[in-house]
Design a protein around this ligand. Structure first.
Ligand code: PLP
Length: 459
């Protein structure tokens, strides 16, 4: 495989657009989920005839499938830079499940402190709230924080049990100085849990993070597998997150002897095809190599962010243009609701982006600089079932298949909307979801998804 851009399965598919036309679909939503790499698709196709029960089947296919699954586990360890360490890779559904799993397994007490940041995705905020007391690192108006701010939070008393931090923001693409942050935590004897959901497809993992979680569907393996990596000893005692078959050595009606990790942590029948797909994706990224992946990301990030920032009426959220980010950009358009911008990009230009709060409400409120009174008002509205005032932004995010021409196509479409050009058709807002949709008469193809649309509030 050569360097990016690398085409993904389904690229160039024609989708219906306003005016009865069909246009090639442009996904700029890689930060949410990516399409499948052809090599991942091929590996899954080749494996499907050999799929069988794993770990507990005596037949040849069971042995074959077990070997494929365990190979994927070893590949995940190597991908996280753990080869040769006494760590385990637990294969789960996604980053959310991995972080919930970890939060349960660390056996924290309610007054134990977990230091985390206001930049986090809900997946790295909410699991800690259930099991411990959170202490937050605040960000500035540009959505970043310094290593000194991390150190100050780590030095407060009581001494924290864990630092839970993201490797990259899913809203701004900001890359916190993760090596320095991990170093600061380790100098204080504090382990680090890294949310690598956004980092994994774009940058090598920092090898020193104690626990790492990531998802296959954000790295071109959309078959439902994710990974939690951490030291074996952290999973060697105590009850596993899920109790059931495959996690035990002995069971009697009133007794259980759990088996060793990682099997102890994977009760139930695992997602073997997801693991095979994830393995293929990690191999594919390895074949391309980090230098060309990072070079591709940097070129796209610069073009995307500087292009958006230069459009009159567009406000780019997050750090200044000099700061390195992933090719992820969140923006607002003056006088046009975020939901309408996203709906127009979809219906008029066949461009798929995300809008709303991106499952990181606290961070978005800070990036937008919302006064507290506005925050209280929209929250009251949402409690009453009206999401029309839900704040938000539009996010464009690029991946291995994105070209510079794709970014230019987005910039042209955003510039047209920001110029105040009247929409060619009418869009209507559903106050319950806060979403806009084209008038069905003008866009008969548009699927009525009801409450399952692109709305942001449940994020
Ligand atoms: C930074 C970050 N963390 C966690 C998650 C949750 O990932 P998943 O939905 O795969 O569980 C996401 C998803 O967007 C994310 O961007």
């Amino acid at each position: 495989m050569t360097g990016p851009p690398v085409a993904l399965v389904g690229d160039g598919a024609l989708v219906p657009c306003v005016g009865g036309t069909q246009r090639p679909y442009l996904s700029l939503d890689a930060a949410a989920s990516t399409a499948c790499l052809p090599s991942v698709h091929r590996r899954v196709d080749e494996f499907v005839p050999w799929y069988s029960s794993i770990h507990r089947g005596a037949g040849y296919k069971s042995q074959f499938a077990t070997a494929a699954y365990e190979d994927a586990r070893r590949a995940a360890m190597a991908f996280a830079g753990r080869a040769g360490r006494d760590d385990v890779a637990i294969i789960c559904r996604n980053t959310t499940e991995a972080l919930n799993h970890l939060a349960y397994r660390l056996r924290l007490a309610p007054d134990d402190v977990v230091v985390t940041t206001v930049v986090e995705h809900h997946a790295n905020l909410l699991p800690w709230a259930r099991v411990a007391t959170r202490r937050y690192i605040e960000c500035g108006a540009d959505g970043t924080f310094s290593v000194e701010a991390v150190e100050a939070a780590l030095d407060e008393q009581p001494h924290p049990r864990l630092l839970a931090v993201t490797g990259a923001s899913n809203i701004t693409g900001w890359l916190p100085p993760i090596e320095a942050i991990i170093g600061a935590a380790h100098r204080r004897g504090i382990p680090v849990a890294l949310d690598a959901a956004q980092l994994a497809p774009h940058r090598p993992m920092p090898e020193d993070a104690d626990f790492v979680a990531w998802s296959g569907h954000k790295m071109y393996a959309p078959f439902g597998a994710g990974v939690l990596v951490g030291p074996r000893q952290a999973f060697s005692a105590g009850d596993p997150f899920l109790a059931g078959g495959g996690a035990v050595d002995l069971v009697d009606l009133d007794e259980v002897v759990w088996t060793d990790p990682p099997d102890r942590e994977e009760a139930g029948s695992p997602n073997v095809i997801g693991a095979v797909a994830l393995h293929a994706a990690m191999d594919a990224l390895g074949d391309v190599g980090w230098p060309s992946l990072v070079d591709h990301d940097r070129r796209l990030a610069r073009l995307l962010r500087s292009g958006l920032a230069s459009i009159p009426g567009v406000r780019l959220l997050g750090p200044s243009l000099e700061v390195e980010t992933l090719p992820v950009a969140a923006f607002t358009v003056d006088d046009t609701p975020h939901a309408l911008v996203a709906a127009r990009l979809a219906a008029e230009d066949a461009i798929g982006v995300r809008h709303g709060c991106f499952c990181a409400h606290p961070y978005l409120v800070r990036l937008l600089g919302l006064p507290q009174a506005d925050v209280v008002a929209y929250r009251d509205d949402v409690r009453r079932g009206d999401r029309s005032r839900m704040p938000g932004a539009v996010r464009a995010s690029a991946g291995i298949n994105t070209t510079e021409a794709d970014v230019e196509r987005l910039l042209a479409a955003v510039a047209r909307i920001a110029s105040g050009e009247e929409p060619p058709i009418e869009y209507r807002r559903d106050p319950h979801t806060g979403d806009f949709g084209p008038d069905p008469a003008a866009a008969p193809w548009n699927l009525d998804l009801g409450s399952h649309g692109s709305w942001c509030s449940p994020g």
